[in-house]
Design a protein around this ligand. Structure first.
Ligand code: G4P
Length: 546
C-alpha cells in the first residue's frame, strides 16, 4: 500500500492557511455515458495518481473497476457508489468526489454535492444537454456551486459548438464563457483555439499518457491559420468573431457566483482538453469555503477541527468488510488518534485510522485540512449528517433527506430470518442506501426509495451481507411526510387519531405515511396546525409543507 501523496505539513496558523488555499474539492456531473469516468481517469493520470489509463474503469477487460465498488454495479456497468480520490497537480491538492450517474441514486448524489466547492459538468457534444445533467445542475444551483463545463467527444461527428452553447444557456439557465473553441470535429478535429491566450492547441489522437505535450502554436495570424487549416479556417474565424462579438469573456466573479460557466472543448478519451480543465480548477475554482452550521458560520482556516459525514458506505473493498463514513473536514487539522466530540450523541470519540482514497487503493490519512475527505471506520455510531468537532457544540446544515417516491415491504423466504432482516434493513437505512420506516401499525419495516434500482441493491446486499433472501412487494403507499407541531398536546392528539398511518424513521422522527394523494390532502386540511415536510435535514426539520 502506498503512503499518501500529501506529506504532513507543519502545524501552525500560517501552514493551515497555506494548505487550505491549495485545496480544490469538486465533483464531476454528467448524464451517463457522456464521459465522466473517462475524464476522472484522465484527471488522475495528469495528477500522477494512476500510471495507466484503464485503471478506473476496465469494463471491457473485466478487471475490477475502482470507482465501481460493488458487484451489482459491475454487473450493470453503472456507478452506484460514490468514492473519493485525492491527487495533486500544479501545487494544488484536488479531492474528486465521484457521484453515481444513475438517477435512482440521486439522493446520494445530492449529498455528495453538498460536500464539494465546485463541479465539472461533462456534456456529450453529440447529445447536448441531457436529462440527468439538468437535474444535477439544479442541485448545484441550490448552493450556487461554480461549474466548469467540458464539452466532450469532439473527435466524433457532433453538433455545432454555437448550438451547444445556446442549448446550455437556454436549458440550464447559466451563461457560457467559452475559453477554448474547437477547430473542426470528428475525423477533422484539429484542436482548439484558446480564446484567452490566443493560442492553438493542436489535437493528436490516441495519446495515452500524461507526459506527451501538445503542440502549441502561439501568435498566429490569419494567413498562417488558413495555411494550417485550409478547410476549417473560414468557420473558425467566423465563429471566433461571433463569440468575441457577443462579449462574453470569462468573469471570475460571475463564475464563483454560479452564474457563468467557463466552457472547454475536448476529447477525454484522447486526453485532449483535460489539462485546460485541470488548470481552470486550480486557477479559478474556490478553495474550501466557509460552512454554515446551525449555531454559526465556520471558516475553513479556524484552528479547531470540525466537519460532517455526508456518506456512509459498506463493502468498499471486499477485503475489508467494514463501513466507512465519508467525512468532509470543514476547519482545523486532522491528526491520527485525535479525540473529537460527536455532536448528536454528545459523546467523545477517537478517530484512530482514518483513510484517504487514492485511485485504486486506500491509504492511512496522516494529515487533513478543510476540503479534504477522510474515511472513518464506522460500526454504526456515525450517521449521514453527523458533525464532529473538537468540543464545540456545532451542527452543520445542508444534508437533506427527501421524501421517498417508492415504497415496498420486504417478504422473507425463510420467516425465521426476521431478526437478521431487520438488522440489515436498519443498517442499510443508517447508511442512506434506502430509507427505512417503522410503521406503528405493523411490525414489518417499510422501505422507501427514490428509484427502483435501490430495492435491487438492498435485496442483493441482504443476501450477500446478512444471509437473508427477501423479495420486495409494493407497499401501497403514495408518499411520506415528516410531521412536526410546536404544540405537544396537539401533536399527541394527532398521533393518537392517526396511529394507523404513522411511523418513525431510523432517527426516530415522526412520519405520516399517506396511501393516496387525497388522503394526504385530507390530513393536511383536518390538521392545519401540523406541518407536513417533504424534506428533512439531519438534526432539524425543514422543507415545504406540501
Ligand atoms: P460515463 O462515466 O459518463 O458513463 O462515461 P464513460 O467515461 O464511461 O464514457 C462513455 C463512453 O464514451 C465510453 O465508451 C467511452 O470510451 C466513450 N468516450 C469517452 N470520452 C470520449 C471521447 O472523447 N471521444 C469518444 N469518441 N468517446 C469517448 P464505451 O464504448 O461505452 O465504453 P468503453 O468500453 O470504451 O469503456
Amino acid at each position: 500500500m502506498d503512503s499518501p501523496q500529501i506529506a504532513p505539513a507543519p502545524a501552525g496558523a500560517a501552514a493551515l492557511v497555506r494548505d487550505v488555499k491549495k485545496r480544490r474539492t469538486f465533483a464531476i456531473i454528467s448524464h451517463p455515458d457522456a464521459g465522466k469516468t473517462t475524464l476522472t481517469e484522465k484527471l488522475l493520470l495528469f495528477g500522477g495518481a494512476i500510471q495507466m489509463a484503464g485503471t478506473v474503469k476496465a469494463k471491457k477487460s473485466g478487471k475490477f473497476a475502482t470507482s465501481d465498488w460493488m458487484a451489482v454495479e459491475q454487473e450493470r456497468g453503472i456507478s452506484v457508489a460514490s468514492s473519493v480520490m485525492q491527487f495533486s497537480y500544479d501545487d494544488c491538492v484536488f479531492n474528486l468526489l465521484d457521484t453515481p450517474g444513475h438517477k435512482d441514486f440521486s439522493e446520494d448524489t445530492y449529498r455528495v454535492l453538498t460536500a464539494v466547492d465546485a463541479a465539472i459538468m461533462v456534456v456529450d457534444a453529440a447529445k447536448g444537454v441531457e436529462e440527468q445533467t439538468i437535474k444535477l445542475l439544479e442541485v448545484c444551483r441550490m448552493r450556487n456551486t461554480p461549474i466548469i463545463t467540458f464539452i466532450n467527444k469532439m473527435d466524433r461527428e457532433v453538433r455545432e459548438p454555437l448550438e451547444l452553447l445556446d442549448e446550455i444557456e437556454s436549458i440550464l439557465k447559466i451563461h457560457c464563457a467559452p475559453v477554448t473553441w474547437p477547430i473542426g470535429m470528428g475525423k477533422r478535429f484539429q484542436g482548439v483555439y484558446h480564446l484567452e491566450r490566443e493560442e492553438i492547441l493542436r489535437f493528436k489522437a490516441g495519446e495515452e499518457n500524461a507526459g506527451q505535450a501538445f503542440e502549441s502554436l502561439q501568435g498566429l495570424g490569419e494567413t498562417k491559420l488558413r495555411e494550417l487549416f485550409p478547410l476549417e479556417a473560414d468557420t473558425l474565424l467566423g465563429e471566433i468573431e461571433l463569440v468575441r462579438g457577443a462579449g462574453v469573456g470569462f468573469s471570475l466573479e460571475e463564475f464563483l457566483a454560479g452564474k457563468q460557466t467557463p466552457v472547454f472543448f475536448g476529447s477525454g478519451i484522447n486526453n485532449f482538453g483535460v489539462r485546460e480543465v485541470l488548470a481552470a480548477l486550480a486557477d479559478w475554482a474556490p478553495s474550501p469555503l466557509a460552512r454554515e452550521a446551525v449555531e454559526r458560520v465556520v471558516e475553513p482556516t479556524e484552528p479547531k477541527f470540525t466537519g460532517f459525514v455526508f456518506k456512509i458506505q459498506a463493502n468498499m473493498d471486499p477485503n475489508h468488510r467494514d463501513r466507512i463514513a465519508f467525512f468532509r473536514v470543514c476547519s482545523g487539522r486532522y491528526s491520527p488518534g485525535m479525540k473529537v466530540r460527536h455532536r448528536r450523541t454528545g459523546r467523545d470519540m477517537k478517530i484512530a485510522n482514518a483513510v484517504v482514497f487514492m485511485a485504486n487503493e486506500r491509504a492511512r490519512m496522516d494529515d487533513a485540512v478543510a476540503g479534504d475527505i477522510i474515511g472513518i471506520h464506522n460500526h454504526g455510531q456515525l450517521q449521514i449528517g453527523d458533525t464532529l468537532t473538537e468540543g464545540e457544540n456545532l451542527q452543520f446544515k445542508g444534508i437533506p433527506y427527501f421524501a421517498p417516491e417508492l415504497f415496498s415491504k420486504p417478504r422473507l423466504r425463510d420467516p425465521l430470518r426476521a431478526k437478521q432482516l431487520n438488522k440489515g434493513l436498519l443498517e442499510l437505512g443508517e447508511e442512506g442506501a434506502v430509507q427505512v420506516f417503522e410503521p406503528f401499525a405493523d411490525n414489518v419495516l417499510l422501505i422507501g426509495a427514490v428509484g427502483p434500482l435501490q430495492f435491487e441493491i438492498v435485496a442483493h446486499r441482504l443476501r450477500t451481507e446478512y444471509g437473508v433472501e427477501a423479495t420486495f412487494e409494493n407497499a401501497g403507499i403514495y408518499t411520506a411526510r415528516w410531521v412536526t407541531c410546536p404544540d405537544a398536546a396537539h401533536l399527541a392528539e394527532f398521533t393518537k387519531t392517526n396511529s394507523l398511518k404513522l411511523g418513525r424513521d431510523v432517527d426516530g422522527n415522526l412520519v405520516y405515511l399517506a396511501d393516496t394523494r387525497v388522503n394526504l390532502q385530507m390530513a393536511q386540511e383536518r390538521w392545519p396546525k401540523v406541518a407536513f415536510h417533504d424534506t428533512r435535514e439531519h438534526g432539524q426539520l425543514l422543507g415545504q409543507s406540501a
